[in-house]
Ligand binder design. Structure first.
Ligand SMILES: Nc1nc2c(c(=O)[nH]1)N[C@H]1C(S)=C(S)[C@@H](COP(=O)(O)OP(=O)(O)OC[C@H]3O[C@@H](n4cnc5c(N)ncnc54)[C@H](O)[C@@H]3O)O[C@H]1N2
Ligand code: MOO
Length: 421
């Protein structure tokens, strides 16, 4: 791990808070993407990361075929002038499916349906709407061009062409492409094994009764849900008491069996905050404290073979850190590049509080003004313990470290959740 880089003096310099962009870069740099491969059936491959380029073993479509229901014929038989009409002898039909022996000789045509392979001799398909059908013959006008209404072999994918590159997260259309090139299985990267735990004597699991001073452990369930959507192999290690020995025991075991460990709580400066101390004992702390709000007391490091993310306990802080820093790092660990965050500009519907010194990720709701421009309003109070401020939101409002308050009507940067949440 690198030592903390020299930092220019500034508002956060004395505390050693790492600027957001530097923290993200250091986390990404610390990753060695997994390269272990497993073969899965195509039915189980959705959302997995492709481990090697997939090339097509043949042309797709494999044969020239009709793009319309109509008649396969030879363009040379037709008159050049649109007004003139001629009759062609109708000799049979070809449907989509196995190819029969039908061929088209001069003066003949064959009935053809969409997707059926072009019979030898024919070079054009005329739509049935443009043809008059009689007894054993059709009447068709001129003005058709050679190759009309034919889909060419290899038009979608040429033989040997790379259809999907290594590192691709397989989407439904990708599964279709792999099926189209005849694959039944594909090689994907093994899923990262990620351990998740919460720390805090006040925390109770689902269904447990609360005594005075206790709360439900909401972080563990929110983070498990977020990890589930990311497609990692998440393991719930439960809630750990605020005792160094208890944390030591759980983290020592986690160090051995996981690619990443995510904890929440116990990273700040309180008397019961042991996460950093135990991480330093059993592994390495790369940095803690990022100039970000919420989520400043983030501890990042290494625990045995695992990356370690010590998220702050406040529920909104834990999720903001997860989406902004942990998610891209886990994407790289999974063998794919972090997805692009499409930042947009939106007009603030009301003023927003902001002091210089930390990058803020406030929670907003997008709307469209009468003139079509994008607008954003905050989801009410932005305290980092107020989980509803996150659950009501559909975007982050990203306010740069250096800037101060936002005035109503000002343009700000937003990150729609649809891209990553
Ligand atoms: N003297 C200082 N105090 C605090 C600082 C600081 O820099 N100096 N930072 C504050 C900030 S910012 C945050 S965020 C919190 C983070 O502290 P911890 O990570 O040590 O979190 P805890 O103290 O354990 O808990 C904070 C808060 O969150 C609740 N919590 C914890 N875990 C869960 C969970 N799994 N589910 C739901 N809620 C949880 C906990 O009950 C506390 O209310 O520290 C500030 N203090
Ligand atoms: O950073 Mo703390 O996460 O603001 O509440």
């Amino acid at each position: 791990m690198n030592a903390l880089p020299a930092r220019p003096s500034g508002r956060n310099a004395p505390t050693g808070d790492l600027p957001f962009a530097q923290a993200l870069q250091r986390m990404l740099d610390a990753v060695r993407p997994l390269d272990a491969v497993e073969r899965v059936s195509l039915r189980a491959a959705s959302g997995r990361i492709l481990a090697a380029d997939a090339a097509s073993p043949y042309d797709v479509p494999p044969h020239d075929n009709a793009a319309m229901d109509g008649y396969a014929l030879r363009a040379a038989d037709l008159p050049a002038e649109t007004e003139r009409r001629i009759a062609l002898h109708l000799t049979g039909q070809v449907l989509a499916g196995p190819v029969g022996g039908a061929t088209v000789a001069p003066g003949e045509c064959i009935r053809i349906t969409t997707g059926a392979a072009m019979p030898p001799g024919a070079d054009t398909v005329v739509m049935q709407e443009e043809v008059e059908v009689g007894d054993g013959r059709i009447v068709v006008s001129g003005g058709h061009v050679v190759g009309e209404n034919i889909r060419r072999a290899g038009e979608d994918l040429a033989r040997g062409a790379v259809v999907l590159a290594r590192g691709r997260r397989l989407l439904p259309a990708d599964i279709g492409l792999l099926a189209a090139i005849g694959l039944t299985e594909t090689d994907v990267v093994r899923r990262p094994r990620v351990a998740l735990l919460s720390t805090g004597d006040e925390l109770r699991g689902l269904g447990e009764r609360l005594r005075a001073g206790e709360i439900h452990d909401s972080n563990r369930y929110a983070l498990l849900a977020a990890l589930g959507r990311l497609g990692v192999d998440a393991h719930d290690l439960g809630t750990v008491e605020d005792r160094p020995e208890a944390l030591r025991a759980v983290l020592a075991e986690a160090a051995a069996g996981y690619d990443a460990v995510v904890s929440s709580g116990g990273v700040s400066a309180g008397d019961a905050d042991h996460t950093r101390g135990v991480l330093a004992e059993l592994g390495e702390v790369d940095f803690w404290r990022v100039a970000i709000r919420p989520g400043r007391p983030l501890a990042f490091g290494r625990l045995g073979g695992a990356l370690f993310f010590g998220l702050p306990g406040n529920p909104v802080a834990a999720l903001v850190i997860f989406y902004q820093l942990v998610l891209p790092t886990l994407e790289r660990l999974s063998g794919t590049e972090p997805r692009v965050r499409r930042r947009q500009r939106a007009r603030a519907l009301a003023a927003m509080r902001k002091s210089p010194g930390r990058t803020e990720f406030q929670r907003g709701v997008l709307s469209t003004a009468d003139d079509g421009s994008l607008c954003v309003a905050l989801t009410g109070a932005q305290g980092s313990g107020l989980l509803h401020s996150m659950s009501r939101a559909d975007c982050f409002v990203v306010l740069d470290e250096a800037r101060g308050p936002v005035e109503a009507g000002e343009w700000v940067t937003v990150e729609p959740f649809a891209d990553f949440v």
